[in-house]
Design a binder for this molecule. Structure first.
Ligand code: AMP
Ligand code: MG
Length: 289
């Protein structure tokens, strides 16, 4: 029997209903029962899984550099403010080799970006073959913040779900393996984390008074997230909802999602495109100077 995968526990079933209220943000799906000190155990596990991720990543990189493989991995992170996107990048993506990573944060579009279609800036940030890309926010903002704040009319944003699905299909057909993760925090946990940012002077820089205004629109965001998850969790690019009130579980779960996805690719090192023995002879004869 196949090993039970965290992916299967967290995936939003394509075409299925989505009820975020029914997912407890403090829950820990798939995390083993009876672990003594779950937080420190999860931390140790993360180390080990991180090393595995780095190995997969190297094979991915090598396959593209020397084997012409077009595959790459794209992790899309979405969350409400304080949901832990930055922490996930630091702790999970941080386990991999920066040389093979492409990390992009998406803020409000610049004038130049606004002059183009909403996917323009996204296309430019898609990782090249062999790379692991991370989107810290993404094209989904164009059906989230944009919808909640009426930044474009409904008739425009309502078409975007299909546009996004087609875009992602195109990427998948070109070798991009997409893992979309919504870090799911509770209303109360967001308050706790905002307060922490006020209490700790080294976190003041992270505090944005506008986040409190956004917080007042929690229900609108909930509705927008629900539609994005329901309409854009597809077979080719599924969404995963990771309960994220517990940071150690969040990191543990995201690292599992990546590992399971990479394992499935069965990456190998490309065979040499030169004669190893002949090269060895050349170097062995070169012991002068
Ligand atoms: P942060 O992730 O805290 O650096 O904040 C980035 C901000 O950019 C968030 O408030 C997002 O809502 C906003 N943002 C990202 N993408 C878009 C977009 N397409 N349109 C408008 N605002 C956006
Ligand atoms: Mg913010």
């Amino acid at each position: 029997m196949a090993k039970r995968q965290i992916r299967d526990l967290l995936r939003v079933t394509p075409g299925g209903p989505v009820d975020l209220a029914a997912i407890d943000a403090r829950s820990t799906p798939g995390f083993p029962d009876g672990v003594d000190r779950p937080k420190s155990w999860a931390g140790e596990q993360l180390q080990a899984i991180g090393a595995e991720l780095a190995e997969h990543q190297e094979r991915l990189y090598a396959s593209a550099k020397r084997g012409g493989d077009r595959r790459r991995l794209l992790l899309v992170l979405q969350a409400m403010d304080c949901g832990g996107k930055d922490g996930t990048v630091k702790h999970v993506a941080g386990a991999m080799n920066p040389l093979g990573m492409r990390i992009t944060s998406f803020g409000p579009p610049t004038d130049e970006e606004r002059a183009h279609d909403f996917l323009w800036r996204i296309r430019r940030a898609v990782p090249e073959p062999g790379y692991v890309g991370v989107f810290n926010r993404s094209h989904y903002e164009d059906v989230l913040v944009v919808r909640v704040h009426d930044l474009v009319p409904r008739r425009i944003w309502s078409r975007r779900y299909d546009q996004i699905n087609r875009f992602e299909r195109e990427l998948v057909d070109d070798g991009v393996v997409i893992v979309k993760v919504m870090l799911h925090i509770s209303y109360n946990e967001q308050r706790v984390r905002l307060l922490e940012r006020l209490t700790d002077p080294t976190k003041h820089w992270k505090y944005n008074p506008a986040d409190v205004d956004e917080r007042a629109r929690w229900a609108d965001y909930r509705a927008a997230y629900t539609d994005a998850l329901a309409r854009c969790s597809t077979e080719h690019a599924p969404w995963y909802v990771v309960p994220a009130d517990r940071k150690w579980y969040r990191n543990w779960a995201v690292s599992h999602l990546l590992r399971e996805t990479l394992e499935e690719l069965k990456l190998t090192y490309p065979p040499p495109d030169f004669d190893v023995a002949a090269e060895r002879v050349r170097l062995e004869q070169d012991d002068m100077r």
